[in-house]
Design a binder for this molecule. Structure first.
Ligand SMILES: *Cc1c(COP(=O)(O)O)cnc(C)c1O
Length: 344
């Protein structure tokens, strides 16, 4: 176990903060008369949801073999990213470290909290250069490092994640939004060794439940307690909680989602490689492709004219578009339009 005093990294006002405790959620009752929360006694959704998300945590605990007090539930991982920045980063003083290119939301929440965003440029294969990482961390002393693997928008897995956790004097957040597509092991297995590690997962991608807005953080008991202290008490609504609990018991559904996505990935890869205007198909461990085109502006425009929405990454990643893997019908439409691009 790495020696780490988490409290020395936490903002003072957060350390002193008293959590809002919903009395009914923290005690056992057999058949209570609920006159404590000014709810309506009528209606279907009349009661506040469980602020501690007990049942979902219990299910996750069984599936992942992680204790319930090492699990926090957020309104999407986005909320968890926001809370992590707020817990550790003093406004106008502290900074975060992000990979470049990577997911935009880390910088978004840091900017709202008035924290500097330090960018660690990836090399031409979208890998981290270890020496750059060591130099930048020592120089700027960022509080939190957001490490996204598989990375969005590049699609590759970051190798040797343990090196970055071990060699960072702050909190390392490993964002595993796409882990289910990668076939790789989750970093949750490193939790016992590193109390400065937070692993984020989400129901928005492989689970097919982006509309429910539910994300999960796995970490040390100390950090999970801090997240539970700063989160809005009823941050995940009852409809979403129930739906997620229902879905999680049907693991077959997710397995099928992933398998179908992987089939579409290999189908699309072949199709892309046969298309004239495609310069390069980056290999992917996620449910999207990063593709380099000969004339990216024209291709993107052509797709838009056909109401095919993609994510243009150029000029940040020169000549590249990030394209989500759809179902066969959607993918066929995409390929049909791309085939016409040879004439432009
Ligand atoms: C999509 C995505 C998420 C998921 O965010 P939610 O708020 O859970 O929907 C998180 N991280 C990355 C890198 C993503 O691409």
């Amino acid at each position: 176990m790495k020696e780490f005093n988490i409290n020395s990294l936490v903002r003072k006002n957060i350390l002193e903060l008293q959590p809002y405790i919903s009395f009914r959620d923290h005690n056992e009752f057999k058949n209570p008369v609920l006159l404590d929360a000014n709810e309506s006694p009528f209606g279907e959704l009349n009661r506040y949801p469980d602020s501690t998300q007990k049942e979902l945590k219990q299910k996750l605990s069984e599936i992942k073999n992680i204790s319930t007090d090492q699990i926090a539930v957020g309104n999407g991982s986005d909320e968890l990213i926001d809370l992590i920045v707020k817990i550790f980063c003093e406004p106008k003083k502290d900074s975060i470290l992000i990979m470049n290119p990577s997911f935009a939301m880390y910088g978004f929440y840091a900017s709202i909290n008035e924290n500097k965003v330090i960018k660690l440029d990836l090399n031409e294969n979208f890998e981290i250069v270890k020496n750059d990482f060591l130099k930048i961390s020592a120089g700027f002393k960022p509080k939190v490092f957001f490490l996204c693997s598989p990375n969005n928008p590049t699609g590759n897995v970051i190798e040797d994640v343990e090196f970055y956790i071990k060699n960072f004097n702050g909190i390392v957040v490993v964002d595993e939004a796409y882990i289910e597509f990668s076939g790789k092991k989750s970093c949750t297995e490193l939790l016992e060794k590193y109390p400065n590690l937070i692993v984020l997962q989400t129901f928005s991608k492989a689970w097919g439940m982006a509309g429910a807005r539910v994300g999960i953080a796995y970490s040390s008991k100390e950090i999970i307690k801090l997240i539970n202290t700063v989160k809005s008490p009823y941050n995940v609504n009852a409809l979403s909680l129930n739906k997620i609990i229902e879905t999680i018991t049907k693991q077959e559904v997710t397995k099928n989602n992933i398998e179908n996505t992987l089939i579409e990935i290999s189908w699309l890869k072949n199709e892309f490689e046969a298309i004239n205007c495609v310069q390069k198909v980056y290999s992917t461990h996620a449910n999207f492709f990063l593709i380099e085109f000969e004339n990216v502006e024209k291709v993107y425009k052509k797709l838009l004219e056909n109401e095919i929405l993609t994510s243009k990454r150029s000029p940040q990643i020169p000549n590249c578009i990030r394209i989500n893997v759809g179902n066969r019908e959607e993918n066929t439409q995409l390929i049909k339009v791309l085939k016409q691009c040879k004439t432009i």
